[in-house]
Write a protein that binds this ligand. Structure first.
Ligand code: PRT
Ligand code: ZN
Length: 304
């Protein structure tokens, strides 16, 4: 039987957000890993057409539980959600079993405290005796306890930023990316409670032998896709004597390849993968130390 047709129990299951800020990025990551899938409208599950894996579309808050309980082998979710879940489990005396495999290059935001315009804020101590609205009570309580602040935490499931206007809270603790939602609601950011981005988590249970090969391959591909983001392949010609200066200038590159140029005396070709973007300023500096014919190319795939 072709492995893509394996029985359901032998197929990898990956939980991703059904509809929200992480959905497109998660699907894009899996597509870049080579996955082909078809998804009908409002479908909760879809089948990988060329890999023995299925995607489960769920609310992001349910992803840690599905992975913890081994209903899904892997999950893509925000660090803010797993940290909140971890602290909630801890409060109930349950230990977190799912493992964080790696951080992913999307979903960046921060959980921050914001006060209404006109609120006199001097330090975190200004929060004493205040009511703070949030969807993340456990993370917020940890922040307050670590600083010995006594405040009332008002738990809301959404629309946190309008709580001060409704008279339900004095301060808000919510996710922020550009800050425009706060500004539109006349709120001012005063503290960062935690930084967040999407992460890949996996089940605590050893993965069944039939699924291990694809798990290993998928994790390697995800790592490859993450490494490629922002990476560039750079090629240039230079005098051999300039190699130390060039090595200093190439951002995040390891062991460049140096190839002699036929009939060009001391000049060599240098090829290197840079793990960061290469800016015009770097090219100008490379030219200044003797480089010529400098080419910067995008990297499409990488396998360490
Ligand atoms: O239905 P479901 O429960 O799955 O979705 P959700 O409404 O809980 O989540 P969603 O789609 O809003 O966010 C999913 C994840 O994206 C979050 O858990 C974070 O890890 C990440 N993320 C990144 C964000 C933001 N950026 C973000 N800006 N999540 C929410 N926001 C909201 C924030 O709550 C506020 O309302 O965007 C607003 C602020 O944005 P700015 O740009 O105006 O600052
Ligand atoms: Zn959610």
């Amino acid at each position: 039987m072709p492995e893509v047709m394996q029985p359901v129990a032998m197929r990898l299951k990956i939980a991703i957000q059904k509809s929200g800020r992480l959905t497109d990025h998660s699907l894009d990551l899996l597509t870049r890993c080579g996955l082909k899938y078809s998804r009908g409208k409002d479908q909760l599950m879809c089948y990988g057409e060329n890999m023995p894996l299925d995607l489960l579309f769920v609310r992001d808050d349910d992803i840690p539980d599905l992975v913890q309980e081994d209903v899904c082998d892997l999950g893509l979710v925000g660090l803010n959600v797993i940290e909140e879940k971890r602290l909630a489990f801890k409060a109930r005396g349950v230990s977190t079993l799912f493992e964080q495999v790696q951080t992913l290059d999307f979903g960046r935001c921060r959980l921050g405290l914001a006060v209404p315009d006109g609120f006199k804020y001097e330090s975190a101590q200004s929060l004493n005796g205040r009511r703070i609205a949030t969807t993340y009570p456990n993370i917020l309580n940890r922040f307050l306890n670590e600083r010995g602040i006594r405040a009332e935490v008002v738990v809301l499931s959404g629309a946190v930023e309008i709580a001060p206007r409704l008279g339900r809270a004095d301060v808000v603790c919510d996710l922020i990316s550009t800050g425009s939602t706060l500004a539109a609601n006349h709120l001012r950011e005063v503290e960062t409670v935690m930084e967040s981005q999407a992460v890949l988590i996996r089940t605590p249970v050893p993965i069944a032998p039939e699924k291990q090969d694809w798990t290993r391959r998928l994790l390697m591909r995800i790592d490859g896709v993450e490494q490629v983001k922002g990476s560039k392949y750079i090629m240039l010609h230079a005098p051999r004597s300039a190699l130390p200066a060039i090595a200093q200038l190439l951002p995040g590159s390891e062991a460049p390849t140096v190839i002699p140029l036929e009939g060009r005396g001391d000049r060599v070709a240098v090829h290197a993968v840079c793990r960061e973007n290469v800016f015009w300023e770097t090219l100008e500096k490379l030219k200044a130390v003797g480089a010529s014919s400098v080419l910067v190319l995008p990297v499409e795939k990488m396998l360490a």
